[in-house]
Design a protein around this ligand. Structure first.
Ligand SMILES: Nc1ncnc2c1ncn2[C@@H]1O[C@H](COP(=O)(O)OP(=O)(O)OP(=O)(O)O)[C@@H](O)[C@H]1O
Ligand SMILES: [Zn+2]
Length: 458
């Protein structure tokens, strides 16, 4: 009888515990359904993080890393008292924020001015299909909060600029650059040097990635290595060059690793080192970087940059424009997609030259276009030049009048096509003398947006 009673009591206790867990879970789901995270559109003043002992829940949650001698209780507590500002919640920022939150970082500032798009989802793994159109900072913060609600998450729907960077960065212990443009890289660097914060920086493009920690323990800053910005037209981003989603995933994880080592107190070994990842060969290489440069404009002995400057002017490119529109040609060397549509509708004689690489032509193309990639024109590939000459004389033969043959050059967004126009103009063959060359502004993406909505966007 007594056995029976204690057995029933034990079963009841089990059921009650199960019920409790289910109730807690339900409450959590209900809480997460609501947008419980507040999006911030200006820099606010943060209170310092408190030092707290690890709770039993913390001990259980972090148990698998707590027992690592490299981390231990001291390292875990250091993590929980550290704050990290993530600049950019894209391909790098998503995996970085995810692992920092999972590891128990104290405070995460998630900064991005942009909104989630369908073409982000193959690599920006915190965002979901339902988050399309939502601010990336909010979408990332919601996902992070679902993963670890004990992490204080601050989503900034802001563009990092010379006006707000110092005030923001000064409030964080470590900064992670997960942005995708050169002006922001210089801005983040200078703000970190001026605020004396370590900068964990990574990049990923196509099938390659790079990682370095700048301004750390006397090591170089970004400007020590790259004192002068590259010419704007030589810089490629993911929407121009493409990227395999897992590559920023790997680089963002490496960034998380370095942040965790710095925040926990173990220290990073990348302070004067560039780690390069080649995804094609699945190989990492590491090179030692030159040390801090005494003549560096920002961290040198007599710095000329002591406050933030105009980084878009410095780099000759915008910090927000994802399509980075180049402006290499005068107006009379360009036509709009609407003007080109009139040419097509009137069946006026012309040659349409598509200078995209074949891999993009495979995705979509306008009928009757001649495809010669910009790279082939630049390399002066004889087969391709011959093809161009033949196409010009063929189209010229079909012309009714005597004037030069109009050649319209198109690419994805209207940058490469401008370079091609410049190249064709420099060519001094007699065939080229018989043509007028113009770039189609905004390229095929403008065609899709303004002329033919059925034409795919990519
Ligand atoms: N100055 C800045 N302030 C805030 N966020 C920035 C700044 N510069 C870049 N970013 C953000 O950094 C992120 C970089 O990530 P990534 O290159 O993967 O994304 P993307 O710009 O969405 O890519 P895509 O070029 O394919 O559209 C972007 O979300 C971008 O909005
Ligand atoms: Zn420097």
């Amino acid at each position: 009888m007594a056995d029976e009673v204690s057995c029933l009591k034990a079963r009841l206790l089990d059921k009650e515990t199960e019920l409790d867990v289910l109730k807690k879970k339900l409450a959590q789901y209900e809480k997460n359904e609501k947008p419980c995270i507040e999006l911030i559109d200006k820099v606010t003043t943060l209170t310092p993080l408190e030092s707290k002992p690890l709770s039993n829940e913390d001990i259980m949650r972090y148990s698998r890393q707590l027992i690592l001698p490299e981390l231990g209780v001291r390292g875990q507590k250091n993590l929980s008292q550290s704050s990290v500002l993530v600049v950019g919640c894209g391909g790098l920022g998503c995996p970085l924020a995810q692992y920092l939150a999972a590891a128990g970082i104290g405070r995460l500032g998630l900064l991005d001015y942009d909104e989630v798009e369908l073409s982000n989802l193959h690599r920006q793994v915190l965002h979901r299909e339902e988050s399309q159109g939502q601010a990336k900072a909010l979408s990332a913060a919601t996902a992070v909060n679902r993963l670890n609600s004990t992490v204080e998450c601050i989503p900034y729907n802001l563009q990092l600029s010379s006006e707000n960077a110092l005030q923001l960065i000064q409030q964080y212990d470590i900064v992670a650059d997960c942005s995708d443009n050169v002006p922001t890289r210089y801005l983040v660097n200078d703000a970190c040097v001026i605020s004396r914060k370590p900068l964990v920086s990574a990049s990923a493009l196509r099938m390659e990635g790079q990682l370095t920690v700048y301004n750390y323990r006397g090591g170089p800053c970004y400007r020590c290595l790259y004192p002068v910005p590259p010419p704007a037209e030589t810089v490629t981003n993911c929407s121009d060059g493409g990227v395999l989603g897992v590559v920023p995933g790997i680089m963002g994880c490496l960034q998380a690793l370095e942040v965790i080592k710095i925040a926990s107190g173990q220290g990073s070994s990348c302070g004067q080192q560039l780690v390069m990842f080649d995804a094609l060969d699945t190989r990492f290489r590491s090179i030692r970087l030159r040390p801090r440069q005494p003549e560096c404009a920002v961290c040198g002995e007599k710095p000329s940059v002591t406050q933030l400057v105009d980084y878009e002017a410095l780099c000759g490119s915008a910090a927000t424009d994802k399509c980075r529109r180049l402006n290499l040609l005068s107006k009379d060397h360009r036509i709009t997609v609407q003007e080109y549509k009139v040419v097509v509708d009137n069946a006026s004689s012309h040659l349409l030259l598509d200078v995209r690489p074949p891999v993009e032509v495979d995705i979509c193309q306008l009928p009757f276009s001649l495809n010669i990639p910009l790279s082939s024109l630049q390399q002066g590939k004889s087969g391709h030049l011959q093809l161009l000459r033949e196409s010009i004389s063929q189209s010229k033969g079909q012309m009714s009048g005597d004037g030069p043959l109009p050649v319209y050059v198109i690419c994805k967004q209207g940058n490469d096509s401008q370079k091609a126009v410049q190249l064709l103009e420099k060519m001094s063959t007699s065939e080229v003398d018989e043509i007028t060359v113009k770039d189609i502004c905004g390229g095929l993406m403008a065609w899709s947006q303004k002329i033919d909505p059925e034409f795919p966007q990519y």
